[in-house]
Design a binder for this molecule. Structure first.
Ligand code: AHN
Ligand code: ZN
Length: 322
């Protein structure tokens, strides 16, 4: 009887101990999860300032001083944020015969990692505000606060985050030139810098597993639809990014409807077999933001809130917070 009681009591003790052990394990699992799900705060004010700095150079139209000065600043910023920087200089002949002195700027993190994510945005400005309601403005260059500087501004803030919170992932930030010296009806007149990069990558055999283009990501109340070429190239990547946005609280800004097809830098990567998607403000019926290719594409058209929505989504995607 005594032995029985003793056995029962010890059995109970063992069970209780096991129970508490399991609880401890669960607790530490939860702690680890909280650790890996550390929050990374995308600073929209910094992104906004990155846009202001670009716009302050003047329109970054190829073959101008503003363009050259901005190029040097962008390269210096990427270096300051710890990236390995490559400048890819090109002479590109535009549809109208103009020879553009163009430069793609590449900033690499963990350049030897095999698995790579490419983040890109165009940094040049359109020489003509030919969508402006006033024809008198059609030969003026655009400020490109949204069309150009916004994607770059967000990615420079991502570079700052990568420097402050290093990961072991292979990430390349690419600022492509000569996107916007194009003409309607001639698909090859756009995205010349991206086409050059696709054919002549900065490293022999460079082949990222995934690429995300940011274009016009600063407009007020912007909504991002699932762009058509992105859906044909990498629907799984669109899913991942749009789900990340939804889990970050931005489901109203990342709409699950499939939008129109936009001839843009990502299409040049898709052509050479790189899975690529475009986060772009392009409404299925209303098209681009009303300031697109007008003289109103200025700082006044930039929303810190939209920069936060896009930047935090990209940051959460990079850091697996989804
Ligand atoms: C076309 O209008 C065919 N593509 C526009 C791509 C673009 C221009 N993105 C920014 N500016
Ligand atoms: Zn444009």
């Amino acid at each position: 009887m005594k032995i029985k009681t003793f056995t029962i009591i010890s059995l109970l003790c063992v069970l209780l101990a096991c129970g508490s052990q399991r609880n401890e394990n669960q607790q530490s699992d939860t702690d680890e999860q909280t650790d890996t799900k550390m929050s990374i705060d995308f600073n929209a004010d910094s992104a906004y300032q990155n846009i202001e700095r670009q716009v302050a150079f003047g329109p970054r139209v190829p073959n101008t001083a503003a363009h050259r000065n901005c190029r040097n600043w962008l390269a210096d910023e990427l270096k300051r944020y710890g990236a390995e920087v490559t400048l890819q200089e090109m002479k590109l002949t535009a549809f109208d015969g103009t020879v553009l002195e163009a430069t793609n700027i590449i900033g690499s993190y963990n350049p030897d990692a095999q698995n790579r994510l490419l983040l890109l945005a165009h940094w040049d400005c359109r020489p003509w505000a030919d969508a402006d309601p006033d024809p008198a403005n059609h030969k003026k260059p655009v400020d490109g606060a949204n069309d150009g500087a916004s994607g770059v501004g967000v990615l420079l803030e991502i570079a700052r985050l990568l420097h402050a919170n290093p990961t072991d992932k292979g990430i390349d930030i690419l600022f492509v030139d000569a996107e916007d010296w194009g003409t309607e009806g001639d698909d090859l007149s756009w995205a010349m810098g991206a086409r050059y990069f696709a054919a002549n990558p900065h490293r022999a055999g460079y082949r990222p597993q995934q690429a995300i283009l940011l274009d016009m990501v600063g407009g007020k109340d912007a909504v991002f639809y699932r762009e058509y070429f992105s859906m044909s190239s990498a629907p799984w990547l669109v899913d991942k990014v749009w789900n990340t946005a939804a889990n970050s609280g931005y489901s109203e800004r990342f709409n699950n409807e499939v939008g129109g097809a936009v001839t843009d830098d990502h299409a040049e990567l898709i052509k050479v077999g790189i899975p690529a998607i475009d986060i772009i403000e392009h409404h299925p019926y209303n098209g681009f933001n009303p300031t697109w290719h007008t003289i109103d594409d200025t700082m006044e058209s930039i929303s810190r809130e939209t920069l936060k929505v896009v930047g935090q989504t990209v940051a959460n995607y990079i850091y697996d917070i989804h």
